[in-house]
Design a protein around this ligand. Structure first.
Ligand SMILES: [Zn+2]
Length: 233
């Protein structure tokens, strides 16, 4: 009930503003790219939080995981609106927030009223660019047991497309260097933390730069929520 009232209020405010702001697929504002589905909104807001560690997390072939407009930001924008059945085509309202700390992104996610918050990273270990034997895979990290079902979806949908064979769903303290992560602990939304491949392997970078798999993020979101297609406008 509360959700539908909020949605109605949003649509009303959107329509009032729509005369001057007919939504382009991608609109910038507040340090974010915002994507409102002009083909109908299912009422869900998905907040994509691409990595920003300061902007200089480098991998093979000059790949930068966390630049203002590189790496994870590109992946997030593709997931929102890109090749294949992306989040926008699946009727989600999407925000990609850039260039600020994890804490500020969580604040924005909560203020925006996100229903899902997805931290998006690529992983690193000693650079093994050029070697070919072993490739780390895609990790979907959880902190609370209530987050496992969502993590399972991300591993199942994204993992098979990434070259690494070490795909896993794992507890934060087991598969990160931290006992807890703000982006799993603090969002009001359902939260997931993705380490999509390793940018310290060339095959990993080749995949991260490929633009044909990011629709899988929308697939995982859709599977988790059971393909909500009851459009509210
Ligand atoms: Zn990262």
């Amino acid at each position: 009930m509360k959700k539908s009232l909020l949605a109605a209020a949003f649509v009303a405010s959107f329509l009032i503003g729509a005369v001057v702001a007919l939504t382009p697929a991608e609109a910038t504002g507040g340090g974010a790219f915002n994507y409102f589905p002009s083909n109908g909104w299912n009422g869900y807001r998905v907040f994509l939080s691409p990595a920003y560690h300061g902007g200089a997390n480098k991998g093979c072939s000059g790949y930068v995981e966390d630049g203002l407009t590189t790496g994870a930001v590109d992946i997030a924008r593709e997931a929102a609106s890109g090749w294949g059945t992306d989040l926008l085509n699946r009727h989600y309202y999407v925000r990609v927030k850039m260039g600020v700390s994890a804490g500020l992104k969580v604040s924005d996610s909560n203020a925006w009223g996100a229903d899902m918050h997805i931290a998006m990273h690529s992983n690193a270990k000693a650079k093994i660019c050029g070697a070919g034997a072993s490739y780390g895979g895609t990790l979907a990290i959880w902190e609370y047991s209530s987050q496992i079902a969502l993590a399972n979806q991300f591993k199942a949908r994204i993992g098979p497309s990434s070259p690494g064979t070490g795909d896993d769903v794992c507890y934060v303290a087991s598969c990160s260097q931290y006992p807890t992560l703000a982006e799993l602990r603090e969002p009001h939304a359902k939260a997931a933390y993705l380490e999509m491949e390793f940018h310290t392997y060339q095959l990993g970078v080749d995949w991260l730069l490929d633009r044909t798999w990011q629709w899988r993020i929308g697939w995982a979101v859709d599977k988790y929520w059971g393909y909500p297609r009851d459009l509210i406008y």
